[in-house]
Design a protein around this ligand. Structure first.
Ligand SMILES: NC(=O)c1ccc[n+]([C@@H]2O[C@H](COP(=O)([O-])OP(=O)(O)OC[C@H]3O[C@@H](n4cnc5c(N)ncnc54)[C@H](OP(=O)(O)O)[C@@H]3O)[C@@H](O)[C@H]2O)c1
Length: 255
């Protein structure tokens, strides 16, 4: 493994897809920072992460984990300062943290709406705003936001979630225009249904019906999302900006 001296921050890094992204970017040689909100879960996760080092012939890199509520500007500002002071400038930001609060609109509470919009969309503004100047100064940066197939096609019970995920595309295209000449690329990845706790929380009969509709006939593996992140974060993807990569087993084919 060759270290590349760049710091990569993965929000929700201790979750299902986040963990796969961390493992992959670690193998790619990034200095990793995994953001979390749930302390107990993060402590267990850090123990597990030590195994990656063993697998990587003890190259001696620790995965830094930082607490921060990415839906809250002040909390995120404190987290970013901690990263800047202790590790360095974030040059790869993966906006991965997200939640669901599914329910049809006629039953949706304002809390369910605002919690999802704040966590899944306002966080993208918050975290990107806090790292963008550092990336521009370094003349190299990557912002990769994990959207969703349901932001493209809509989903029953997900007016809140689909709105947040669709909003990421407009943000991405606009910021991509602002940074196109500055060495900073901005893209989204839109996963289909991936076998993490978020999807395993869906009632089994409903989940099975969803799987039946996926042309490949199976859920995605978190590693399949992580490999798309790895590509967009790499030098090879330097001419890709304002774009989206769908990783959905054929569930939705746009254009
Ligand atoms: N799984 C899928 O099928 C699928 C499909 C399309 C898109 N996605 C998207 O992929 C991303 C990852 O999903 P996943 O399946 O890996 O879900 P997950 O296992 O539930 O992980 C979500 C992560 O988000 C973090 N998080 C939530 N609220 C946060 C906050 N306010 N501040 C900081 N971190 C917060 C959680 O951290 P704590 O546990 O520490 O709170 C958790 O680590 C999400 O954006 C999701 O919408 C998933």
């Amino acid at each position: 493994m060759i270290k590349n001296n760049k710091v990569a921050l993965i929000t929700g890094g201790t979750g299902g897809i986040g963990t796969a992204i961390c493992e992959r970017l670690y193998k790619d040689g990034f200095t990793l920072v995994a953001n979390y909100k749930d302390f107990d879960k993060a402590m267990k996760w850090r123990e597990e992460a030590k195994k990656w080092r063993e697998n990587q012939l003890q190259m001696g890199i620790d995965v830094k984990i930082v607490e921060g509520d990415i839906a809250d500007y002040k909390s995120s500002e404190r987290m970013m300062k901690e990263i800047q002071d202790e590790i360095g400038t974030v040059q790869v930001l993966v906006n991965n943290a997200g939640i669901t609060r599914d329910t049809p609109l006629h039953k949706m509470t304002p809390e369910q709406w605002f919690e999802v919009i704040n966590t899944n969309l306002n966080s993208v503004f918050i975290c990107s705003r806090l790292v963008i100047e550092g990336m521009i100064e370094k003349k190299w940066g990557r912002i990769i936001s994990i959207s969703s197939v349901n932001g493209q096609k809509g989903q029953f019970g997900q007016t809140n979630y689909a709105t947040a995920k669709a909003g990421m595309y407009g943000f991405t295209k606009s910021l991509a225009l602002e940074t196109a000449k500055k060495g900073v690329t901005i893209n989204t990845i839109s996963p289909g249904y991936v076998g993490t706790s978020m999807v395993m929380a869906i009632r089994e009969d409903i989940r099975n019906k969803i799987i039946e509709q996926i042309p490949m006939g199976r859920l995605g593996d978190p590693k399949e999302i992580a490999s798309a992140v790895s590509y967009l974060a790499s030098e090879e993807a330097s001419y890709i900006t304002g774009s989206d990569i769908s990783v959905n087993g054929g569930l939705y084919m746009s254009r």
